[in-house]
Write a new protein. Structure first.
Length: 201
Protein backbone atom coordinates (compact mmCIF):
# COMPACT_ATOMS: atom_id res chain seq x y z
CA UNK A 1 0.00 0.00 0.00
CA UNK A 2 2.89 2.32 0.76
CA UNK A 3 4.19 1.90 -2.81
CA UNK A 4 0.79 2.68 -4.27
CA UNK A 5 0.46 5.72 -2.05
CA UNK A 6 3.96 6.85 -3.10
CA UNK A 7 3.14 6.49 -6.81
CA UNK A 8 0.11 8.67 -6.28
CA UNK A 9 1.85 11.20 -4.12
CA UNK A 10 2.83 14.73 -5.12
CA UNK A 11 6.50 13.92 -4.56
CA UNK A 12 6.47 11.14 -7.16
CA UNK A 13 4.53 13.26 -9.65
CA UNK A 14 6.99 16.08 -9.10
CA UNK A 15 9.90 13.73 -9.83
CA UNK A 16 8.20 12.56 -13.02
CA UNK A 17 7.66 16.14 -14.19
CA UNK A 18 11.28 17.04 -13.41
CA UNK A 19 12.53 13.96 -15.27
CA UNK A 20 10.45 14.84 -18.34
CA UNK A 21 11.64 18.44 -18.25
CA UNK A 22 15.26 17.29 -17.92
CA UNK A 23 14.83 14.92 -20.88
CA UNK A 24 13.33 17.66 -23.06
CA UNK A 25 16.08 20.11 -22.15
CA UNK A 26 18.78 17.50 -22.77
CA UNK A 27 17.28 16.58 -26.15
CA UNK A 28 17.10 20.26 -27.11
CA UNK A 29 20.74 20.79 -26.15
CA UNK A 30 21.87 17.71 -28.10
CA UNK A 31 19.94 18.77 -31.22
CA UNK A 32 21.33 22.32 -30.98
CA UNK A 33 24.86 20.95 -30.67
CA UNK A 34 24.41 18.64 -33.65
CA UNK A 35 22.98 21.49 -35.70
CA UNK A 36 25.92 23.76 -34.92
CA UNK A 37 28.60 21.12 -35.54
CA UNK A 38 27.16 19.63 -38.75
CA UNK A 39 25.93 22.91 -40.31
CA UNK A 40 22.47 21.45 -40.56
CA UNK A 41 20.74 22.65 -43.72
CA UNK A 42 23.88 24.40 -45.04
CA UNK A 43 25.36 23.12 -48.33
CA UNK A 44 28.28 24.13 -50.55
CA UNK A 45 28.10 23.98 -54.33
CA UNK A 46 31.01 22.05 -55.84
CA UNK A 47 32.95 24.26 -58.29
CA UNK A 48 33.88 23.22 -61.81
CA UNK A 49 37.56 22.27 -61.64
CA UNK A 50 38.00 20.66 -65.06
CA UNK A 51 40.93 22.05 -67.01
CA UNK A 52 42.35 23.89 -63.99
CA UNK A 53 45.78 23.33 -62.54
CA UNK A 54 46.20 21.41 -59.31
CA UNK A 55 47.27 24.58 -57.49
CA UNK A 56 44.21 26.54 -58.65
CA UNK A 57 41.87 23.69 -57.76
CA UNK A 58 43.39 23.43 -54.29
CA UNK A 59 42.93 27.17 -53.65
CA UNK A 60 39.29 27.12 -54.79
CA UNK A 61 38.46 24.13 -52.62
CA UNK A 62 40.16 25.60 -49.55
CA UNK A 63 38.21 28.85 -49.98
CA UNK A 64 34.99 26.80 -49.90
CA UNK A 65 36.22 24.74 -46.93
CA UNK A 66 36.36 21.57 -49.01
CA UNK A 67 39.14 19.00 -49.12
CA UNK A 68 40.99 17.61 -52.11
CA UNK A 69 42.15 14.07 -52.77
CA UNK A 70 44.10 13.03 -55.87
CA UNK A 71 43.31 9.71 -57.49
CA UNK A 72 45.34 7.83 -60.10
CA UNK A 73 45.90 9.68 -63.36
CA UNK A 74 43.84 8.67 -66.36
CA UNK A 75 44.97 8.20 -69.95
CA UNK A 76 46.57 11.31 -71.42
CA UNK A 77 44.09 13.75 -72.94
CA UNK A 78 45.70 16.25 -75.36
CA UNK A 79 42.73 18.61 -74.94
CA UNK A 80 43.84 19.46 -71.39
CA UNK A 81 47.15 20.86 -70.08
CA UNK A 82 49.54 18.47 -68.34
CA UNK A 83 48.57 17.74 -64.74
CA UNK A 84 45.28 19.63 -65.13
CA UNK A 85 42.06 18.24 -63.65
CA UNK A 86 40.21 16.13 -66.22
CA UNK A 87 37.66 14.45 -63.94
CA UNK A 88 36.15 15.21 -60.55
CA UNK A 89 33.73 13.63 -58.10
CA UNK A 90 31.31 14.92 -56.91
CA UNK A 91 30.55 16.68 -60.16
CA UNK A 92 30.46 20.44 -60.53
CA UNK A 93 27.22 21.96 -59.27
CA UNK A 94 26.42 19.24 -56.74
CA UNK A 95 25.67 20.30 -53.17
CA UNK A 96 27.88 18.90 -50.41
CA UNK A 97 28.59 19.58 -46.74
CA UNK A 98 31.59 21.49 -45.47
CA UNK A 99 34.85 19.51 -45.24
CA UNK A 100 33.70 17.08 -47.92
CA UNK A 101 36.44 15.37 -49.95
CA UNK A 102 36.48 16.20 -53.66
CA UNK A 103 38.22 13.47 -55.66
CA UNK A 104 40.28 14.68 -58.62
CA UNK A 105 41.83 12.83 -61.56
CA UNK A 106 44.73 14.61 -63.25
CA UNK A 107 45.98 14.59 -66.80
CA UNK A 108 49.36 12.78 -66.93
CA UNK A 109 52.43 14.39 -68.47
CA UNK A 110 52.07 12.49 -71.74
CA UNK A 111 50.84 9.40 -73.49
CA UNK A 112 51.77 6.10 -71.92
CA UNK A 113 54.51 4.17 -73.68
CA UNK A 114 53.89 0.95 -75.57
CA UNK A 115 56.20 -1.64 -77.09
CA UNK A 116 56.97 -1.62 -80.79
CA UNK A 117 55.76 -4.84 -82.43
CA UNK A 118 57.93 -6.91 -84.75
CA UNK A 119 57.07 -5.88 -88.31
CA UNK A 120 60.50 -6.16 -89.93
CA UNK A 121 60.35 -8.31 -93.08
CA UNK A 122 56.59 -8.06 -93.12
CA UNK A 123 54.88 -6.39 -96.04
CA UNK A 124 53.70 -2.81 -95.65
CA UNK A 125 50.12 -4.06 -95.94
CA UNK A 126 50.69 -6.21 -92.84
CA UNK A 127 52.88 -3.75 -90.93
CA UNK A 128 50.66 -0.68 -91.25
CA UNK A 129 47.57 -2.05 -89.44
CA UNK A 130 49.80 -3.76 -86.85
CA UNK A 131 51.51 -0.49 -85.91
CA UNK A 132 48.32 1.54 -86.03
CA UNK A 133 46.43 -0.95 -83.88
CA UNK A 134 48.74 -0.27 -80.92
CA UNK A 135 48.53 3.50 -81.38
CA UNK A 136 51.37 4.54 -83.68
CA UNK A 137 51.21 6.75 -86.78
CA UNK A 138 52.91 5.87 -90.05
CA UNK A 139 55.25 8.65 -91.16
CA UNK A 140 57.66 8.89 -94.10
CA UNK A 141 58.09 5.85 -96.33
CA UNK A 142 61.45 5.41 -98.08
CA UNK A 143 62.38 2.75 -100.65
CA UNK A 144 65.80 1.16 -101.02
CA UNK A 145 67.17 -1.64 -103.17
CA UNK A 146 66.04 -4.94 -101.65
CA UNK A 147 64.55 -8.04 -103.20
CA UNK A 148 61.69 -8.03 -100.67
CA UNK A 149 59.25 -5.74 -102.47
CA UNK A 150 57.25 -3.54 -100.05
CA UNK A 151 58.75 -5.40 -97.09
CA UNK A 152 59.69 -3.39 -94.00
CA UNK A 153 63.47 -3.27 -93.63
CA UNK A 154 63.89 -0.61 -90.94
CA UNK A 155 61.83 1.49 -88.55
CA UNK A 156 62.85 4.86 -87.12
CA UNK A 157 61.49 7.69 -84.99
CA UNK A 158 62.90 11.20 -85.37
CA UNK A 159 65.97 9.77 -87.06
CA UNK A 160 66.69 7.09 -84.45
CA UNK A 161 66.43 3.45 -85.52
CA UNK A 162 63.91 1.32 -83.69
CA UNK A 163 63.85 -2.34 -82.79
CA UNK A 164 61.13 -4.70 -81.67
CA UNK A 165 60.36 -4.15 -77.99
CA UNK A 166 61.51 -0.51 -77.86
CA UNK A 167 59.10 1.80 -76.04
CA UNK A 168 57.48 4.86 -77.58
CA UNK A 169 54.57 7.04 -76.44
CA UNK A 170 51.23 6.43 -78.12
CA UNK A 171 50.61 8.47 -81.30
CA UNK A 172 54.36 8.59 -82.05
CA UNK A 173 55.22 8.74 -85.74
CA UNK A 174 57.25 5.85 -87.11
CA UNK A 175 59.10 6.16 -90.43
CA UNK A 176 59.57 3.03 -92.51
CA UNK A 177 62.17 1.87 -94.99
CA UNK A 178 60.73 -0.58 -97.54
CA UNK A 179 62.29 -2.76 -100.21
CA UNK A 180 61.65 -1.87 -103.86
CA UNK A 181 61.95 -5.42 -105.17
CA UNK A 182 65.37 -4.89 -106.80
CA UNK A 183 68.59 -6.54 -105.79
CA UNK A 184 71.21 -4.22 -104.29
CA UNK A 185 73.71 -3.17 -106.94
CA UNK A 186 71.47 -4.20 -109.83
CA UNK A 187 72.05 -2.61 -113.28
CA UNK A 188 68.63 -0.99 -113.28
CA UNK A 189 69.28 0.57 -109.93
CA UNK A 190 72.68 1.91 -111.03
CA UNK A 191 71.14 3.37 -114.16
CA UNK A 192 68.46 5.15 -112.16
CA UNK A 193 71.04 6.57 -109.75
CA UNK A 194 73.17 7.82 -112.62
CA UNK A 195 70.23 9.46 -114.32
CA UNK A 196 69.24 11.18 -111.11
CA UNK A 197 72.76 12.45 -110.55
CA UNK A 198 73.01 13.79 -114.11
CA UNK A 199 69.73 15.67 -113.73
CA UNK A 200 70.95 17.23 -110.47
CA UNK A 201 74.15 18.36 -112.18
Amino acid sequence: MSIIKFLGSKVFLKQIVLAICATVVLAFLILSWLKSTTNHGEFIQVPNLKGKSLETANIELKDLKLRMEIQDSANYNPNYPKFAVIEQYPLAGESVKEDRKIYLILNPSGYRKVQIPDVVRRTFRQAKPTLESVGFVIGTITYVNDIGKDEVLEMSHKGSKLREGDLLPLTSTIDLVLGNGKRPGSIDAIGIDSETNSQEN
